[in-house]
Ligand binder design. Structure first.
Ligand SMILES: *[C@@H]1O[C@H](CO)[C@@H](O)[C@H](O)[C@H]1NC(C)=O
Ligand SMILES: *[C@@H]1O[C@H](CO)[C@@H](O)[C@H](O)[C@H]1NC(C)=O
Ligand SMILES: *[C@@H]1O[C@H](CO)[C@@H](O)[C@H](O)[C@H]1NC(C)=O
Ligand SMILES: *[C@@H]1O[C@H](CO)[C@@H](O)[C@H](O)[C@H]1NC(C)=O
Ligand SMILES: *[C@@H]1O[C@H](CO)[C@@H](O)[C@H](O)[C@H]1NC(C)=O
Ligand SMILES: *[C@@H]1O[C@H](CO)[C@@H](O)[C@H](O)[C@H]1NC(C)=O
Ligand SMILES: *[C@@H]1O[C@H](CO)[C@@H](O)[C@H](O)[C@H]1NC(C)=O
Ligand SMILES: *[C@@H]1O[C@H](CO)[C@@H](O)[C@H](O)[C@H]1NC(C)=O
Ligand SMILES: *[C@@H]1O[C@H](CO)[C@@H](O)[C@H](O)[C@H]1NC(C)=O
Ligand SMILES: *[C@@H]1O[C@H](CO)[C@@H](O)[C@H](O)[C@H]1NC(C)=O
Length: 448
């Protein structure tokens, strides 16, 4: 009996010891996945994908802006952490370096920095431009001009700046008058996308055991005798991930309070938010992505018929834009929906915003001519995607056209706010929409 007690005590003692010996500052490969605030290079393609026997005819790119500073309200909330760094007690289980890093943490962004593209964001787009230019010489072989290259940005400064740096490196030009969307734009205007933080599943997940455990673990590690509010923990998470996204090799002070499990739970919370706001969690989101995919299909159709049209199409916007195109094209679709109750079962989910929407995330499609046949490859963050229906990455253009033509030529392929709310009561237009949906399913069935 005594022996057992001693063994148990020894195990406990050793665990406590190794726990407190584990220093975040000495972790050479800290967990890099922070949902939409993930750094691009952690998830983008690790090798260049080229097609030796194919000539690229047209490249179509939809890019999110590069790494940016937090928005001004997030900057405010992160500043408030200055109060909490003094709450750290001697009962904290952080190692000395991590403890000191929080005690001496300074935050020097102010509201005026809010949402601005930062140095890392400039690099994101400069390097994307350079890479694409050297991989697709046939596309980038003309001096920049708005006929051969079709450029469009949302009117936000960070998107416009992203377009500027992309063109600067891809064409060695300074394009100061980046074309911006106008009021009748239906492809990129993000005011049509509503980020709903408080969908039912997200709310439930926040009160789940997983999230409660994050609160308890973080409060304990700081040596507090009571639990922090979730909002404070979210500010620590934001401080951690924004600092990390600017300096990839850094060990931001507030990251030390999180275990990998905590970060995976917080990532899932973000994934749920995007799943219901921008993803498969709401069927209307597929509709919102229709106009942008229609533009892609129409461009490729024109080019495949040798009609005049640009060689390169470059659009710059936001995570909502990239999500909506990914969803309308049908990538990253799980067979099981993401719910507040299935975090553990969904650990290997396809819907991971860290992979789908890091800073500078992009959806790209290339139309090739391969020994007389037109082919298409889709890329997410430069990683070639498999079109599940046909099991191909280099797919015959006719198959892709057949797959998407019924969708993009349907009258329900609009971007209308009055048609985009799931909760709206039945109106004539909704019935029309339903009819189109049924038609879409009938067409779709014919292919399976
Ligand atoms: C991919 O191509 C770019 C541009 O040619 C080059 O700088 C980079 O090193 C290549 N990456 C790999 C992994 O080969
Ligand atoms: C932090 O410390 C301040 C006083 O220094 C106190 O008012 C506040 O309640 C503390 N917060 C927590 C979460 O312990
Ligand atoms: C540390 O924990 C002990 C035991 O729980 C408690 O008595 C003490 O007040 C705590 N000290 C601080 C600084 O919180
Ligand atoms: C915490 O520990 C440090 C040195 O280990 C000591 O100087 C300080 O007074 C302690 N603070 C409290 C509140 O116990
Ligand atoms: C803000 O802090 C970062 C790192 O903590 C530092 O690199 C940067 O120079 C600081 N900026 C200003 C304006 O002090
Ligand atoms: C673009 O602007 C920068 C800074 O103003 C300048 O150094 C560079 O020479 C310009 N490049 C071209 C191609 O005009
Ligand atoms: C985007 O759409 C909204 C609502 O329809 C409109 O108020 C806004 O002006 C549009 N944005 C631009 C840049 O045209
Ligand atoms: C395709 O070509 C037609 C003319 O044949 C033109 O009206 C249309 O705007 C083009 N579409 C795109 C997306 O380039
Ligand atoms: C949406 O509906 C409202 C009221 O039914 C109407 O005032 C508004 O003009 C509509 N918006 C559009 C873009 O059709
Ligand atoms: C909604 O979608 C239908 C097609 O389903 C379209 O005819 C209509 O113009 C759209 N807008 C409104 C406000 O209903």
């Amino acid at each position: 009996m005594k022996l057992i007690v001693i063994i148990v005590l020894l195990i406990i003692f050793n665990c406590l010891k190794c726990e407190s010996d584990k220093c975040f500052h000495q972790d050479d490969h800290p967990f890099p996945f922070f949902a939409s605030k993930t750094a691009y290079s952690y998830v983008s393609a690790k090798q260049n994908y080229t097609q030796p026997n194919c000539k690229p005819l047209q490249l179509w790119l939809l890019s999110r802006h590069g790494t940016r500073h937090p928005g001004s309200s997030t900057i405010d909330k992160i500043s408030n952490l200055n109060e909490y760094k003094n709450n750290l007690t001697n009962n904290s289980s952080l190692c000395k370096e991590d403890f000191e890093a929080i005690k001496t943490w300074i935050f020097n962004l102010t509201e005026k920095d809010g949402d601005k593209l930062n140095n890392q964001g400039v690099n994101d787009l400069l390097s994307l431009g350079l890479r694409l230019q050297s991989l697709y010489e046939d596309i980038f072989d003309q001096p920049y001009n708005p006929i051969t290259y079709s450029v469009l940005s949302t009117n936000k400064e960070r998107s416009r700046d992203s377009a500027f740096y992309f063109l600067k490196s891809a064409f060695n030009v300074n394009v100061t008058d980046i074309p911006l969307i106008n009021s009748d734009d239906i492809k990129l205007n993000i005011s049509k996308f509503e980020i709903i933080n408080d969908n039912e599943e997200s709310k439930k997940f926040r009160s789940s055991i997983h999230m409660q455990n994050v609160i308890i673990r973080v409060s304990n590690i700081l040596g507090l005798d009571r639990n922090l509010a979730l909002n404070t923990i979210k500010s620590m998470y934001n401080s951690c991930r924004f600092e990390r996204s600017v300096d990839l090799n850094s060990h931001p002070a507030w990251c030390a309070v999180f275990s990998q499990e905590d970060l995976e739970v917080l990532e899932y919370d973000e994934d749920l938010k995007y799943y219901y706001s921008n993803g498969y969690g709401n069927s209307n989101n597929e509709r919102l992505g229709c106009p942008i995919v229609k533009d892609l299909i129409n461009n490729f159709r024109n080019k495949s018929q040798a009609k005049p049209g640009p060689k390169g199409v470059f659009y710059f916007g936001h995570s909502s834009n990239v999500f909506s195109a990914i969803v309308r094209l049908g990538f990253a679709r799980d067979t099981t929906p993401l719910l507040s109750s299935n975090f553990n079962d969904m650990r290997d989910r396809k819907w991971k915003s860290s992979y789908l929407s890091p800073f500078a995330s992009n959806l790209m499609a290339v139309l090739y001519e391969c020994q007389g046949e037109k082919k298409v490859t889709f890329f997410v963050n430069e990683v070639p995607m498999t079109v599940e229906k046909y099991g191909c990455t280099l797919c015959p253009w006719t198959s892709i056209e057949n797959m998407f033509d019924p969708i993009v030529s349907s009258p329900s392929c609009t971007f209308d706010e009055n048609n985009s709310s799931a909760s709206r009561a039945f109106t004539t237009t909704n019935i029309l929409f339903l009819a189109c949906l049924i038609q879409f399913f009938i067409i779709h069935r014919a292919f399976f």
